[in-house]
Design a protein around this ligand. Structure first.
Ligand code: HEC
Ligand code: HEC
Length: 206
């Protein structure tokens, strides 16, 4: 009897150990490297600083592409060079997918506009483009609710205003050149600074 109960205790310990390690590998638990990213992007991918993009609910293929583009220096705008080249270099190739899937599975957070008076003008351009300038509607690629169309077209919904205007400015100045087929460079070239702000105010509300 004494032997049997030892076996039972032993089995219990083994089960506890196994379930402990199973718990550590629960899908959705942050991969270790995410603690580095959290300082700027938030542990759940919602950043508190408007110049740092939200990553939550972004399409995983887009996140993977951006991390690779930072690592290869293909995305070479000023903020990429000064911050993300160094950060991306710390992500081992074997962990890129895991990090991307983690942020992609987080819940996106809608924001509030800074200047609500500009939202309607932004909505018009986003939904309908500007025919006289041959500017296509943003919703054609980013979706009417800004959720994006994976794998190519990123989510914009709820993104920080400062981040969106900065990226549109980078595309227009041809400082960010990792967009396939010059798509965003040719679109941003047609936008005035005022239109960029209007669009960003609307996108923040999505
Ligand atoms: C010190 C702040 C900081 C840290 C830490 C940081 N980032 Fe970033 N991240 C930024 C900034 C700033 C940008 C915008 C870069 C640009 O404009 O090219 C950015 C952009 C990105 C983008 C592109 C988002 C998009 O919508 O195109 C991804 C993906 C990303 N970071 C992933 C990560 C990951 C993964 C980590 C952790 C290994 C990390 N970042 C750590 C500041 C940071
Ligand atoms: C023909 C398709 C298409 C249209 C139309 C389009 N975009 Fe994009 N957009 C893209 C693609 C593709 C990317 C991703 C580029 C990359 O892979 O780095 C992108 C990226 C972006 C980004 C950067 C996202 C990030 O997280 O860094 C912003 C901001 C953006 N688009 C805003 C707009 C706005 C505003 C409009 C309307 C004026 C618009 N786009 C119209 C295809 C499009």
């Amino acid at each position: 009897m004494a032997r049997l109960s030892h076996k039972v205790v032993f089995a219990g310990v083994v089960i506890a150990l196994f379930s402990g390690s199973a718990f550590a590998a629960v899908p959705g638990a942050p991969p270790k490297i995410v603690t580095t990213c959290a300082a700027c992007h938030g542990l759940n991918g919602v950043s508190m600083v408007p110049t740092f993009p939200d990553l939550a609910a972004q399409g995983a293929p887009y996140l993977i592409k951006q991390i690779r583009d930072f690592q290869s220096h293909k995305r070479a705008d000023p903020l990429a060079q000064s911050i993300m080249w160094g950060m991306a270099a710390t992500i081992p190739k074997s962990k890129i997918k895991e990090v991307a899937n983690y942020f992609a599975s987080q819940k996106g957070a809608p924001g509030t506009p800074e200047n609500p008076a500009l939202v309607e003008a932004g909505r018009k351009i986003y939904m309908g483009g500007v025919a006289s300038d041959h500017l296509p509607a943003c919703m054609a690629c980013h979706g009417p609710t800004g959720r994006g169309l994976p794998p190519l077209f990123p989510r914009l919904a709820g993104q920080h205003i400062a981040y969106v205007t900065t990226q549109l400015g980078y595309f227009k100045a041809k400082e960010r050149t990792n967009d396939p087929l010059d798509i965003m460079r040719s679109i941003a070239a047609k936008l005035s600074t005022k239109q960029m702000t209007e669009l960003a105010e609307f996108i923040r509300t999505l």
